[in-house]
Write a new protein. Structure first.
Length: 497
């Protein structure tokens, strides 16, 4: 082991975890914290309902399309330097958004946030990957990090409600400046700066352009389907272009001298299964936040703060499952058992939600399925995130980490677009079949739409359970979370952290 190998008593490594966890929380919660602020921002800046979705889409487009580039830049520039640039840039973009006086400036600031988040998120995970190499310590660290990745969206809903109701919508953006400042101080003190040795690697420019364009088309296509429908030429045009560009990217990576993403990283069965599991979990997670939020606010009449508080038990179960899994169950059973189990629990929770109607109450009918889904996410995410980066050479830790974030982002985009479309279609069909349209029929139609989304969400999780059970290797076959990583960094690492 090198002199940088962590030991159970190395307090600095756990402070490093706190720093990167704070940065990850900021990035993940920003995907949802602005949602609750949108009505207030719309009233203040005077943009239309049709324009409103661009506040969300601008962030997800920049974030999703630039993640692999951000991960590779962290490999090339060094972890600490990239992390600090990402923090400062994200804080500056957030301050610009909070001070926006026009719709156009707000959209531009959200796109800038997404770009710096694409630099920050994979770097945070790569720091964790290269800092914690002892299996037991690695498991604990990824348990915390996986819980943050799973719970950040719900935390964003709660924080967004509190800030919007108490100090105004602009603080949903300004709050990032505060979080980033704390993380920046921690990064300057606790993140190591290792000197670069050996030849300087080169950036794969053609591969970067191909994959960034392909991911942009993928996220834009699904976002457009959510607003303009699946019959929109722009939707299919962007999705077709995305498939072509991503296929060209794969072909180029097979012959590139300095590939952006060596195919051996994703073609390993365990890592491939982990990336797919994160994608499925992302699709289910974003769907649950969206439709349960609609149900609580529009059907049960909850305020934004009440809605955020309603998700707290779910977060608690997620954290509990993450700690139990990483400390007890993953080392004993491995992801082949844990991930399918989590997927099955997710499906059960989704099916449970289909029984909700206008007479349901939170305590009697909503709380239990939310807790089951929280436990499911806490079982899936840490095991998948550990496996997705296990055994990757330090030189490619950043881009391997970026692939985890890309999987979650693409899964969220696909899940949100598909579930929204399916729910809207079910709602419209219910209204057509139940005329005249009274307020009561309108409520029932909305609930029919939510129920359809939950059934399809359950189907996602069932597919994920089957896929993960088939793809993950048994413990002791190939990479194992209870063993030392197979691919160790060389004695003279090429890349600085």
């Amino acid at each position: 082991m090198s002199s940088h190998t962590p030991t159970p008593t190395n307090r600095g490594h756990w402070l490093t975890l706190a720093v990167v966890g704070l940065a990850q929380l900021m990035v993940v919660l920003d995907a949802t914290v602005v949602n609750i602020a949108l009505p207030s921002a719309q009233a203040d800046l005077g943009f239309s309902d049709g324009q409103r979705q661009w506040i969300i889409t601008a962030y997800s487009l920049a974030f999703g399309s630039l993640l692999l580039l951000g991960g590779r830049l962290s490999d090339l520039m060094g972890r600490k330097r990239t992390f600090i640039i990402g923090l400062v840039g994200f804080a500056a973009a957030s301050a610009l958004g909070g001070a926006s006086g026009t719709f156009e400036l707000l959209v531009a600031s959200r796109a800038l946030q997404g770009a710096f988040a694409a630099l920050l998120a994979p770097t945070a995970l790569a720091v964790l990957t290269t800092t914690f190499t002892i299996p037991k310590e690695r498991a604990r660290a990824f348990g915390v990090f996986g819980a943050i990745a799973g719970a950040g969206g719900a935390v964003g809903l709660l924080l967004g409600g509190i800030l919007t109701e108490t100090v105004g919508w602009r603080w949903n953006l300004y709050i990032n400046v505060v979080i980033a400042a704390v993380a920046l101080v921690g990064a300057l003190i606790y993140l190591p700066l290792l000197p670069r040795t050996g030849p300087r690697p080169k950036l794969d420019v053609p591969g970067t352009l191909l994959v960034s364009g392909g991911l942009f088309g993928l996220v834009f296509g699904f976002s457009n389907a959510e607003t303009d429908g699946w019959d929109s030429p722009l939707t299919w045009g962007m999705l077709t272009a995305a498939v072509i560009l991503l296929a060209a990217f794969v072909l180029w990576q097979r012959r590139a001298a300095h590939p952006l993403l060596p195919l051996s990283i994703v073609l390993d069965r365990n890592r491939g299964a982990a990336y797919l599991s994160v994608m499925v979990a992302g699709a289910g997670m974003f769907g649950i936040f969206l439709f349960v939020t609609y149900y609580l606010q529009l059907t049960l009449g909850y305020s934004p703060i009440q809605t955020g508080l309603a998700f707290l038990p779910m977060i608690g179960m997620l954290i509990l499952a993450a700690q139990l899994g990483t400390n007890i169950f993953i080392p004993r059973f491995g992801p082949k058992v844990l991930v399918p189990m989590g997927m099955t629990l997710g499906a059960i929770g989704m099916i449970w939600l289909t029984f909700l109607d206008e007479s349901s109450t939170y305590a009697a009918h909503v709380l239990a399925p939310l807790m089951v889904i929280g436990f499911a996410m806490g079982t899936i995410m840490p095991a998948s995130m550990q496996t997705a980066t296990l055994g990757v050479n330090r030189e490619f830790a950043g881009v391997a980490s970026a692939t985890v974030n890309t999987s979650q982002q693409v899964g969220g985009s696909i899940g949100t677009a598909l579930l929204n479309t399916l729910a809207a279609t079910a709602t419209a069909d219910f209204l057509v079949a139940n005329t005249p349209t009274t307020p009561e029929v309108g409520v029932q139609a909305a609930i029919a739409g939510y129920s359809t989304a939950y059934w399809w969400g359950a189907a996602f999780f069932v597919a994920g359970a089957i896929m993960s059970a088939l793809l993950f290797r048994r413990r002791g076959h190939g990479l194992s979370l209870a063993q030392e990583p197979v691919v160790q960094a060389s004695a003279d690492p090429v890349i600085a952290r």
